[in-house]
Design a protein around this ligand. Structure first.
Ligand SMILES: Nc1ncnc2c1ncn2[C@@H]1O[C@H](COP(=O)(O)OP(=O)(O)OP(=O)(O)O)[C@@H](O)[C@H]1O
Ligand SMILES: [Mg+2]
Length: 227
């Protein structure tokens, strides 16, 4: 199994009260699976992805990626995991304004040294998300949907084993959304990439046979469709 969550609990203090943003989540994901997570605003979806990606530490419980506990390893090993094993597509645009589109896509590579062929790979990814012409533009010169597509290309640059995607197509039209999901399916087929996708679009899961669907409600995670 590529991801294992055991009794994950994350609480936050709100108005002097503690609330469970994630309440005892336990589940296992095998390599190459497509997982969809639905749920109302504030139900804990982003918190869950941050816990899995090692961006937030749980109060109690464990996250194991490829058998290794996120919080039982050195800071270096954890950053390495976040850089190489996991590709993040955040809920809100997260590009560096001072870098060009191409430089933004290459950014996750720069931590480990930009490998030979990296520019070609970045260019190819930008072609696939339909942004070849914008390669040398800056994020401020792009629309919200275009920025989102740059973030999608960036998430794939290191060929991560896992993609954690928070509303990856939230601000895209239906046709572009479909294209992005075709791209996801291609990576899944060719590289056995595992996908955890938070989305409000319940239709998407039906376009990917074998995908599993979870819902979150006040921190409680429940599987409603097994793969
Ligand atoms: N850093 C934080 N400090 C305090 N409370 C937080 C923090 N992050 C999240 N929360 C609270 O935890 C709960 C879950 O938040 P989360 O962002 O995970 O929800 P979500 O399901 O992603 O919602 P949305 O669909 O609106 O993005 C919310 O009640 C939120 O207010
Ligand atoms: Mg969220």
């Amino acid at each position: 199994m590529i991801i294992e969550c055991r009794d994950l609990i994350k609480t936050y203090q709100a108005d002097g009260r503690r609330m469970n943003a994630v309440d005892e989540a336990s589940f296992v994901v095998q390599q190459g699976e497509f997982i969809f997570i639905h749920g109302h605003s504030g139900s804990g979806k982003t918190t869950l992805l941050s816990l899995i990606g090692g961006l937030t530490s749980p109060d109690t419980g464990q996250v194991l990626i490829d058998g290794r506990d996120n919080w039982q390893q050195s800071d270096n090993a954890l950053s390495d995991l976040r850089n190489r094993t996991i590709g993040f597509i955040f809920q809100f645009a997260s590009l560096i304004p001072a870098l060009t589109v191409l430089e933004n896509v290459l950014l996750p590579m720069s931590f480990g040294g930009v490998a030979a062929g990296a520019r070609e790979r970045a260019t190819q990814l930008l072609v696939e998300v339909g942004l070849k012409e914008k390669m040398h533009s800056y994020p401020g010169q792009l629309s919200g949907g275009q920025q989102r597509r740059v973030a999608i290309a960036r998430a794939f640059i290191n060929k991560p084993a896992i993609i954690l995607a928070d509303e990856p197509t939230g601000d895209l039209d239906e046709e572009t959304e479909q294209e992005i999901f075709e791209l996801f399916k291609t990576f899944n087929r060719e590289q056995r990439t595992t996908f955890l996708i938070v989305t409000h679009n319940q239709h998407l899961a039906t376009t990917i046979p074998g995908s599993r669907v979870f819902t979150m409600r006040q921190g409680l995670l429940k599987e409603i469709q097994a793969g």
